[in-house]
Design a protein around this ligand. Structure first.
Ligand code: GLU
Length: 304
């Protein structure tokens, strides 16, 4: 397996030239464009890695599946999905257009920014600080890594440049989708996007979902029902507006982020973490997606 991963990293390294590192948030553009790494934890407790799997980067949009887990634990499935839909949009992750024009009157799904900001507002806690601390503790538990923390430079950049996210937050408040304090919801959202992880951490999150919500210790942290909801949304909405093509080509429930990470879940088998900060036009890791496509073919990992 390790040989296969090493070969896939080597073979796809050149594809990092085809994309660009995200630069709309100051500091994100400091990432090394030609970095590429992959890590796998399988259900039999074996682990394999190749390339830059130990390099830290910000989790960004991948945090949206984690805040969704906690929001459902805190509020129940019915409440969460009364405020946020379950449909893919076909629009970019930060699109604002459908918020007002759609008859749906709620964000299409929890993995676009509008939906994710609404979800962050539902996390229980007295204020932004307590809400975020609960989310960070939850993510540390799932990754089995107590050292995870926020990159404060990126957090400041997110907060200072996040005017469109702020606009969406206030719109959601005006519609009653966000019930609490909007600035608290935004602060939790900006901070959760700025948590630093490695591909290895992402592989652990993938393994957690591959085990339907169980830790290595055997503790069931979220119900199999919640795990199923998350995996299904990853298939339909996890790879921005390229989720359909990714499902056909790779066929593994996955979620990407503009920091260059991808978390993938092969149910009952393994969790995969990928890091490659050079992004395609939709915001997905260009070499990371190519690597996953080959890995899926090689090991016949498609769920379809
Ligand atoms: N912090 C980013 C934003 O809201 C998340 C983007 C992403 O990874 O999709 O703009």
């Amino acid at each position: 397996m390790e040989d296969l991963l090493r070969n896939l990293v080597k073979k796809n390294l050149g594809k990092t030239k085809l994309g660009e590192v995200a630069n709309y948030i100051p500091e994100l553009d400091k990432a090394k464009k030609d970095a590429l790494g992959v890590y796998i934890y399988n259900i039999d407790q074996e682990e394999f890695g190749a390339g830059d799997y130990d390099v830290k980067f910000t989790i960004q949009s991948i945090s949206k599946i984690l805040s969704l887990m906690l929001a459902i634990l805190d509020n129940g499935e019915e409440y969460v999905f009364s405020k946020v839909g379950m449909e893919p949009t076909g629009d970019p992750f930060n699109s604002i257009t459908k918020l007002e024009t759609s008859s749906r009157k709620k964000p299409y799904n929890p993995l676009i920014n509008a939906g994710a900001i609404a979800v962050s507002s539902m996390i229980h806690g007295r204020d932004a600080r307590e809400k975020f601390q609960r989310l960070l503790d939850f993510i540390r538990k799932i990754t089995e890594d107590e050292t995870l923390d926020v990159n404060y430079k990126i957090y400041c950049g997110e907060s200072e440049t996040g005017n469109k996210n702020r606009a969406m937050g206030y719109f959601l408040k005006s519609q009653g989708i966000i019930e609490g304090n909007v600035e608290d919801a935004l602060d939790v959202y900006f901070k959760q996007c700025s948590i630093e992880v490695t591909a290895k951490n992402l592989a652990k999150i993938g393994l957690f979902l591959a085990r339907s919500g169980k830790l290595s210790s055997g503790e069931q942290v979220i119900s199999t029902r919640i795990a199923t909801i998350i995996k299904t949304l990853m298939v339909t909405c996890g790879m921005y507006d390229n989720s359909g093509e990714f499902a056909v080509r790779v066929g593994i429930p996955s979620k990407s982020g503009v920091g260059g990470g991808i978390v993938s879940v092969v149910p009952g088998k393994m969790g995969i973490g990928v890091f490659g900060p050079s992004l395609d036009k939709k915001g997905n890791s260009v070499a990371g997606v190519a690597l996953l496509e080959e890995l899926s073919k090689e090991l016949n990992l498609t769920i379809f």
